[in-house]
Write a protein that binds this ligand. Structure first.
Ligand code: ME8
Length: 660
């Protein structure tokens, strides 16, 4: 029976603003899934979306639509992105899928019945954007230790999971199974920062957030999003359902690949839940590093995610699926962070794909066309330096297999490209163009070109998990089976006489300067469009023609009374995609939460805005600015030079207070 291989990505928050950082986990998982399939293993590759929780509930409310109406287009966008990147998942799970919801309810019921979930009063510090509760000691300067935003104190009757009970077993797990969590540095973090201090029981239900899975034993309570989300790894296989054949076959997973910021949930909470359920643990959780821009995590809520530059759709459109996959798989040292720049991206593609791989393929095709009428010549007798090239080709699979076993795609690609470089050097050493001039050397020329074609074929087979498009094109150009697996790797498999076609250059060389200028143009154009849209759709504050504030006619007090002004507190803030001027604030006004767009991005960063008390015009007709709903206007003072400064109450007042 074939070996099974179950691999998962985290499930994504459907928040839009996708950037290549998001693609990192999934592209690596895809390469691993494809690699294991080619080994003949029975692979199940899972990805999906994490759709419940307060954030979604609020976003939908702010737009006056249902959560699903808000989420569905984003899920479609994500699926489209995975299609563009050739992601070969076996299931795309949504936490709103019926079978998932039923499974989460069964998990809660089981844990409640076994006493691992119990009811008590909860008070904690909640970070809404991160959907995380923190204890007093975990806060950093009173703020969320993950994102630095303000937290709110929340108190309610809740259900708790006895996480504390599992701390000793978790510590043992880390002692006895060094493979469970990788890389090693993350183990130290879990053990020293969390486990050694002992664990608190985890609050696993909410009454305030209704967009979630209702608990089967208490209808007023809804599942905590992280328990809901983590359960996807087994609900997707039919755990605790009538149809649990996939679960029986594929669980435990070989690998949960996740970003380092969510290791805590996967390496502490998730194994404890599984222990409580009496189910086996995944064999490995791997916490990978981040894609950085300017030294900071590329992030949708920070200004560094310039959509025109980092949106996967744009990148694939400009450079192709393989270039984006290659960059992600090759450039970032596995386990560490890696900086993204256009220069590095173009540099990588030019050096490796256009020069090394592209040249090897096109030179081989051209020389076979020129000298052997486009047919693979006979292999003939080997002589030096053929042996070294052949030996490298023959050793390649076991090297790449070891690399992929260690999840090290950059090392696997480095090994494949070592063969490519060796083959290019082989061309320089054997000088086929000189052999072609001497009729007595025709057999030798045939051998050299055979060896090159065969190396190209082997390299193409090995590249299939990584470069999904180019590998197919190369194999097709050699009239070799595009579905070829690793069982075709023996050197000498390529048939004499097989047609070799010349293909268009696989990766045209890019001019970095031109590319940078082009990218700058795209950014400028996108920003201009954003501003135009903002002006057309909404009401950015107009200035007088010369920047001098316009004098308006006097109004009666009744006119002024028509304006409703209230104090609000900004609880979340992000930049508006494609706009230089706009910020999108989530403002809490008393009990109400509103989405507000304001033209202050040049004067305030999103991080600065969070926690600020502002004055909001609350009875302004809603408008859409750059596609984002605005349900009010934040008041600012504007100086003669057009600089804006927020208007705030001078003394501490509650949000919701009236301004008059
Ligand atoms: O965390 N570099 O979802 P998510 C590398 N819903 N990886 C990055 C990245 C960057 N700059 N930015 C994001 C969640 N990612 C939860 C998971 S699982 C039960 C629930 C990665 O949409 C991130 O590390 O915020 C994670 O692996 C994935 O994108 C999804 O992140």
């Amino acid at each position: 029976m074939a070996k099974k291989y179950y691999i998962t990505t985290p499930i994504y928050y459907p928040s839009g603003n996708w950037h290549i950082g998001h693609c990192y986990t999934t592209v690596i998982c895809d390469a691993l899934a494809r690699f294991h399939r080619m080994k003949g293993e029975d692979v199940f590759f899972l990805t999906g979306t994490d759709e419940h929780g307060q954030k979604i509930e609020k976003e939908a409310k702010a737009r006056n639509i249902t959560p699903l109406a808000f989420i569905d287009p984003l899920v479609a966008e994500l699926k489209d992105m995975w299609r563009l990147l050739d992601i070969s998942y076996d299931r795309f799970i949504r936490t709103t899928d019926e079978d998932h919801i039923a499974c989460v309810q069964k998990i809660y019921q089981k844990l409640y019945e076994s006493g691992d979930i119990y009811k008590a009063e909860y008070m904690g510090h909640y970070c809404t954007p991160c959907e995380s509760f923190w204890t007093e000691t975990q806060l950093k300067n009173g703020r969320c230790p993950d994102c630095g935003r303000e937290v709110t104190v929340q108190k309610e009757e809740s259900y708790f999971f006895r996480l504390s009970k599992y701390a000793p077993r978790l510590l043992k797990l880390y002692e006895n199974d060094p493979e469970f969590l990788q890389p090693k540095s993350r183990v130290n973090e879990m053990v020293n920062n969390f486990l050694k201090a002992g664990l608190n029981d985890l609050c696993v239900s909410r009454t305030t957030v209704k967009w979630g899975v209702q608990l089967p034993f208490d209808q007023d309570h809804y599942a905590y999003v992280w328990i809901d989300a983590l359960s996807n790894y087994i609900s997707a296989l039919g755990y605790a359902s009538e149809n649990d054949a996939l679960y029986k076959k594929f669980w435990p997973a070989e690998l949960h690949l996740v970003g380092k910021e969510i290791v805590r949930f996967h390496a502490i909470v998730w194994p404890a839940i599984l222990m409580a359920l009496g189910e086996p643990l995944p064999k490995q959780v791997y916490g990978h590093g981040w894609l950085l821009i300017g030294g900071e995590k590329l992030s949708k809520s920070k200004e560094n995610a310039r959509p025109e530059l980092t949106e996967p759709y744009e990148l694939v459109k400009r450079y192709g699926t393989d270039a984006v996959r290659y960059y992600l798989l090759r450039e970032i040292p596995f386990g560490s962070d890696g900086e993204y720049t256009t220069e590095r991206f173009i540099g990588r593609i030019n050096a490796d794909l256009a020069n090394d791989l592209g040249n090897l393929v096109s030179r081989t095709q051209a020389m076979i066309a020129q000298n052997f009428g486009g047919k693979v010549p006979p292999r003939g007798e080997s002589e030096e330096p053929d042996g070294e090239l052949i030996a490298l080709c023959e050793a390649l699979y076991s090297k790449v297999d070891a690399d992929m076993g260690a999840l090290n795609a950059p090392a696997a690609l480095a090994d494949i490209f070592e063969v490519i470089s060796r083959a290019n050097k082989y061309i320089d050493e054997t000088m086929p163009w000189a052999l072609a001039k001497d009729p007595a050397k025709r057999a030798r020329l045939g051998t050299v070109l055979y060896n090159l074609a065969e190396t190209v074929r082997i390299v193409a087979v090995m590249l299939k998990p990584f470069l999904t498009k180019a590998s197919q094109a190369i194999l097709a150009s050699l009239s070799f089976d595009e579905n070829a697996g690793f069982d075709t790797l023996a050197f000498g498999t390529l048939r004499e006489g097989a047609a070799v076609e010349k293909t268009a250059p696989l990766f045209p060389r890019m001019d970095l300067k031109k590319e940078l200028a082009e990218v700058e143009k795209i950014v400028k154009k996108a920003r201009k469009e954003g501003e135009k849209l903002a002006k057309k759709e909404g009401s950015l504050p107009e200035q007088g023609a010369d920047g001098v504030p316009q004098t308006k006619p006097a109004i009666a007090i009744d006119d002024f009374a028509k304006i409703e002004l209230k104090v609000g507190e900004v609880i979340a803030c992000e930049r508006v995609k494609k706009s230089e001027k706009l910020l999108h604030e989530t403002v809490k006004i008393g009990e109400e939460v509103r989405s507000v767009v304001s033209g202050i991005a040049k004067f305030y960063t999103p991080e600065e805005m969070v926690g600020k008390k502002v004055v909001v015009v609350t009875n302004l007709k809603p408008a859409t600015l750059c596609g984002v709903l605005s349900e009010g206007m934040i008041l600012c003072a504007e100086d003669g030079a057009g600089n804006l400064s927020l208007v705030s109450p001078e003394r501490l007042v509650e949000s919701g207070a009236t301004v008059r």
